[in-house]
Design a protein around this ligand. Structure first.
Ligand code: ADP
Length: 459
């Protein structure tokens, strides 16, 4: 119902606008036409009177005749020329001859070559005078022509124009309703698709509109993009929860099996200890997983749990490398090239977690007696942190996916891990307003490069 109300509103506004425009245009056309007609009336009146004056001036006999003929003797029909009524007065403004339509014209002032507008019996007209000099006594030649407004065709034009208006209005209403429907069709389509998605929760649905490059198709495009993003997010969430529950199910199953075994079959302390050992290992695994998931959630929700502060990253990086040296396996050597006194806006706890994950990966996927290099330096307004190893590298097919949660590359077979390390690293880097890139060649090694914004150091 709401939709058709809107359509109706557009139609009414459109029709009203059209009507106002028509009225305005009609008024402009009529006044222009009237002005033009009035001018042609004046031109005609002057031309006719001037010509008559010229003729009378050059003919003294005619002057004499006119002066003496008087009203009764003159042949009146000759005094109407091209819609101009001719009236001839003597020097003393008494009527000589001509077509005198109104008494009022006699009393109006006489002035040579002057136009004047006058009215009698509710009819308006123009008068134009010429004085013809003669020694025997001058003559006044006065012409009368009705003003353009009095001419029938203007009234007819006006009437015609106003008669057309109802039709224009009906046409505008029908046309406007049809047009509004056409314009609103894509909007209706958008809301219908959105409604369908709401009802069925089917995010694969898309608004099907031709890409005409206008605002509506841009809006539809934005909606489709939004549905796409929502679908991707829901899919990622779904995958994430299913992976997380899968990851938790395995240790829980192992713990339960070990408990059953210990309670039912373990005969001596040795066996009980063994079972407890397995349970502890799985417990730690679960705890690590839960801890990582919790950290990811806290970062994502930005609850203020990890406040950012200006910290000395040089010191933090040195500490992390020193700790890693103690636990590094396979004879891997950790080399550092860390510039002193580098400060950045970070959360120290998260920064250590991030570096720890990268170092662990570098050692885990490193080769025996290999080398891991950590470089920290300032580069212009930025800080660059690199963690590079000369290990097994990442395959080309795995490279685009390593940031995904629970993704483990082909090279991880037989190695510890849950596939959450790099997604956590990426999340931490973003949280600290940095960016991270990776370059790797299978069999040669991997390098992670993180860029942070520098903060002026305090002396
Ligand atoms: P995992 O727990 O499997 O290490 P991560 O999220 O830390 O999970 O890493 C995802 C995948 O990226 C790993 O399974 C591995 O295939 C690859 N990877 C990460 N770091 C390295 C590295 N330094 N060298 C080679 N491969 C790596």
């Amino acid at each position: 119902m709401k939709r058709s109300k809107f359509k109706m509103r557009i139609t009414i506004w459109f029709s009203l606008a059209l009507l106002v425009m028509c009225l305005f245009m009609g008024a402009v056309i009529i006044s222009l036409y009237r002005m033009k007609m009035e001018n042609s009336v004046l031109d005609n009146l002057q031309v006719v009177i001037d010509e008559c004056a010229k003729m009378i001036e050059s003919d003294t006999e005619l002057q004499q005749l006119l002066r003496e003929s008087g009203m009764d003797t003159a042949d009146n029909s000759g005094f109407l020329q091209d819609d101009v009524f001719l009236m001839i007065y003597r020097e003393d403004k008494s009527r000589a001859c001509g077509l005198f339509l109104y008494e009022e014209t006699d009393a109006l002032p006489f002035e040579d070559r002057q136009l004047q507008k006058a009215e009698a019996d509710h009819v308006s007209f123009w008068l134009y005078d010429r004085y013809i000099y003669s020694e025997e006594g001058g003559l006044w030649l006065r012409g009368l022509q009705y003003s353009a407004a009095e001419m029938g065709d203007i009234l007819y034009t006006l009437r015609d124009v106003f008669l057309v208006f109802p039709f224009v209005l009906i046409f505008a209403l029908l046309g406007g309703y049809w047009l509004a429907g056409r314009f609103l069709r894509p909007v209706t389509q958008i809301s219908r698709t959105a409604e369908e998605i709401r009802r069925n929760g089917d995010l694969t649905k898309r608004i099907e509109i031709k890409d005409s490059g206008d605002e509506i198709s841009a809006l539809a495009g934005t909606f489709n993009g939004m549905f796409q993003k929502l679908a991707e997010n829901f899919e990622a969430e779904r995958k994430f929860s299913s992976n997380a529950s899968h990851e938790l199910r395995t240790p829980v199953a192992v713990i339960l099996a070990q408990c059953e075994y210990a309670l039912g079959n373990a005969d001596n302390t040795e066996e009980l200890k063994e079972a407890l050992e397995v349970i502890r290992r799985q417990g730690y695994r679960m705890s690590r997983l839960i801890e990582t998931l919790l950290t990811l959630t806290r970062i994502e929700q930005n609850t203020g749990y990890y406040p950012l502060e200006k910290a000395n990253v040089s010191g933090l990086a040195e500490d992390a490398c020193r700790d890693m040296r103690l636990s590094a396996e396979q004879g891997i050597v950790i080399e550092t090239d860390i510039e002193d006194g580098v400060y950045a806006e970070i959360n120290p706890q998260l920064f250590c977690l991030m570096l720890d994950n990268l170092l662990q990966n570098a050692c885990r996927y490193g080769r025996e007696n290999g080398k891991v290099k950590v470089i920290l330096r300032e580069k212009g307004d930025e800080i660059e942190l690199k963690v590079a190893d000369d290990g097994i590298g990442i395959g080309e097919r795995d490279l685009p996916h390593i940031w995904e949660r629970f993704y483990r590359g082909g090279n991880s077979r037989g190695k510890k891990g849950m596939g959450l390390g790099l997604s956590l690293v990426q999340q931490i880097v973003r949280y600290q307003k940095g960016r991270i890139t990776v370059s790797s060649t299978a069999g040669e090694g991997t390098e992670f490069c993180i860029i942070f914004e520098k903060v002026r150091e305090e002396k």
